[in-house]
Design a protein around this ligand. Structure first.
Ligand code: PDD
Length: 281
């Protein structure tokens, strides 16, 4: 069945939705995006996503083309039109259409598009197997830009190896997964995840999960870790709006927690979903 999508002020059937071939998102990857999870027809951490969106736009010298209230309204309309119970809403803002030039156009009208993706994200997970791969992305991974060729190529390396995802490595340390933040859990239940910097995306799920873990009095260490350290960990997991807390059960052919989700990750995953259901708007 055709979805209803949003393009620059209009709600349209997906086959009717178009943007210009001169759009700078298409020609230069000159745009940013957000993916917000939907649970029970409600938005998870909407405020966090809008705050990060504004930051990404600001870093690229762009502005939010509509107010955050209007954005909320558009998200809710799309949920309603598409009867979305569980899944995600993808939002993209580009600098707009202009004749091809490396210089930013002066009067281009920004492009704003959104669409829904139905997907079971809260279902129990059996865990993913990952491989390591060099991080070949640019230096501003904290900006959620649409230039996703490097993570897409890296994800394909993992798929071609028969695995689910890759953890990217730079200067000997894991940065993150191709579209998720990466964590290990030590034998004494300490959570280790890379500290925030320009090297990784500042995950909205990451912030919520770390807050939850600290409320549970779990110890957290925000610092880089190696694949070697990860292989010796008790458990590992990733977080993203499209996967919530997802257990990692194998790293570069070394099985973790007996090849199934461990107790710490299972508990965090359940609690995160419970809390998100309560707080969704
Ligand atoms: N990706 N790191 C990277 C590189 C990501 O692309 C993502 C999200 C995350 C997790 O961020 P958050 O918790 O805010 O979703 C970390 C989205 C889901 C995507 O590209 O589909």
């Amino acid at each position: 069945m055709s979805r209803t999508v949003y393009v620059n002020g209009s709600y349209l059937p997906e086959e009717k939705a178009t943007v210009s071939i001169f759009d700078r998102g298409f020609l230069f990857a000159d745009g940013v995006y957000e993916v917000t999870a939907v649970l029970d027809g409600k938005l998870v951490d909407f405020a966090g996503h809008v705050t990060r969106l504004e930051r990404s736009l600001n870093e690229l010298k762009m502005e939010l083309p509509v107010s955050s209230d209007e954005l909320l309204e558009i998200h809710r309309e799309l949920i309603k039109h598409n009867k979305l119970d569980e899944g995600a809403i993808y939002l993209q803002i580009t600098r707009g259409a202009a004749d091809r030039d490396f210089v930013f156009p002066k009067n281009a009208k920004q492009t704003l598009i959104l669409f829904t993706q139905a997907k079971p994200i809260s279902a129990p997970k059996s865990g993913i197997r990952i491989v390591s791969a060099p991080d070949i992305r640019w230096g501003r991974r904290d900006i959620k830009t649409v230039q996703l060729l490097a993570p897409s190529l890296t994800k394909m390396l993992a798929k071609e190896a028969g695995k689910d995802d890759a953890w990217m490595v730079e200067d000997g340390f894991v940065t993150e997964g191709t579209s998720c933040n990466a964590y290990i859990v030590t034998k004494d239940s300490k959570i280790i995840t890379r500290n925030l910097s320009n090297s990784i995306l500042h995950g909205i799920t990451r912030a919520a999960v770390l807050k939850l873990a600290s409320e549970l009095d779990m110890e957290i260490e925000e610092r880089p870790f190696t694949i070697d350290e990860a292989q010796q960990a008790a458990e590992a997991f990733v977080t993203a709006a499209t996967a919530f807390v997802n257990p990692v059960i194998e790293i570069d052919h070394v099985e973790l927690s007996g090849g199934k989700p461990g107790p710490v990750v299972t508990r965090l995953s359940q609690l995160y979903i419970e809390e998100s259901r309560k707080a969704a708007i």
